[in-house]
Design a protein around this ligand. Structure first.
Ligand code: DGL
Length: 259
């Protein structure tokens, strides 16, 4: 099977990185919309257009399923894409349910992009979970830019996070939900700043379980190593320097995976 992972940028690699552990025999396309990243600070109309363009390209590549490895794009466009295409489309949403299942009736801080934080989708999720009292939302959009520049633990990143987190009493918070796939890269830096009891929770596992449920009946159960093709906004990545950039992200994901 050929499975596409799509994100505004390199955040979605954190989902692909996890997928490689669970689905070691499939073929993957990773599409980062590097021409248009970040999405989180743009208008919903613009993001819908970007997602539409990416989907046209991915469908033309004859993929069997598309994982929208981006909470922002999911919030804006996943419903419309499902209306338009019949292949399995798996979206992502901040793992608030997982956080509340692990820490019932405790406060969680959900960090995401501006679009996700202000979107209707997250409000619907919070009210479905009856979690208004427990959920605090914070947009940390600048982390997307830091991640794209491979800047994960510089003084600038630390200062930004310290300032953003200074608004909360973390003694009353159980966990930080990483509601943007770009934020996984910062788990070690966040850990350094926050009290030791704070857990980091992302939506990768839930998303991949849903992918596996949907594709299981379609897989050909081949037994070979996975192949991965990388695309930046529809252009195949072949330059050694760019492939090395992507490899550096995957290495960092190895490092933060257990945090
Ligand atoms: N990685 C994306 C997410 O999960 C969005 C980052 C952005 O482009 O703002 O929300």
């Amino acid at each position: 099977m050929k499975i596409a992972f799509f994100d505004s940028g390199i955040g979605g690699l954190s989902v692909l990185h996890h997928a490689l552990k669970l689905l070691p025999n499939e073929d993957f396309i990773f599409y980062a919309d590097e021409d248009n990243v970040p999405y989180g600070t743009k208008s919903r109309e613009q993001v819908l257009e970007f997602v539409d363009t990416a989907f046209k390209f991915l469908v033309s590549q004859k993929v069997d399923a598309i994982v929208v490895a981006c909470n922002t794009a999911t919030s804006v466009a996943v419903r419309k894409m499902r209306e338009k295409y019949s292949l399995p489309i798996i979206g992502m949403e901040p793992a608030i349910k997982k956080a509340l299942d692990l820490f019932p009736k405790q406060n969680v801080l959900v960090a995401a992009t501006e679009i996700t934080v202000h979107g209707e989708k997250i409000q619907r999720l919070i009210s479905k979970l009856n979690a208004e009292k427990f959920v605090k939302l914070r947009a940390l959009g600048e982390l997307v830019n830091f991640a794209e520049q491979q800047e994960f633990n510089s003084p600038a990143v630390e200062n930004y996070l310290r300032a953003e987190f200074s608004n909360y009493n973390f003694e009353e918070i159980s966990s930080v939900v990483l509601g943007c796939t770009h934020f996984n890269y910062f788990k070690d830096t966040m850990k350094k700043i926050l009290p030791a009891h704070i857990k980091f929770i992302d939506g990768n596992e839930g998303t991949l379980k849903q992918l596996i449920r949907l594709i299981e009946p379609l897989t050909d159960k081949k037994n070979s190593a996975p192949s991965i093709e990388f695309f930046y906004s529809g252009r195949k990545v072949t330059e050694p320097a760019e492939l090395e950039r992507l490899d550096n992200y995957l290495k960092r994901l190895d490092y933060v995976f257990e945090i």
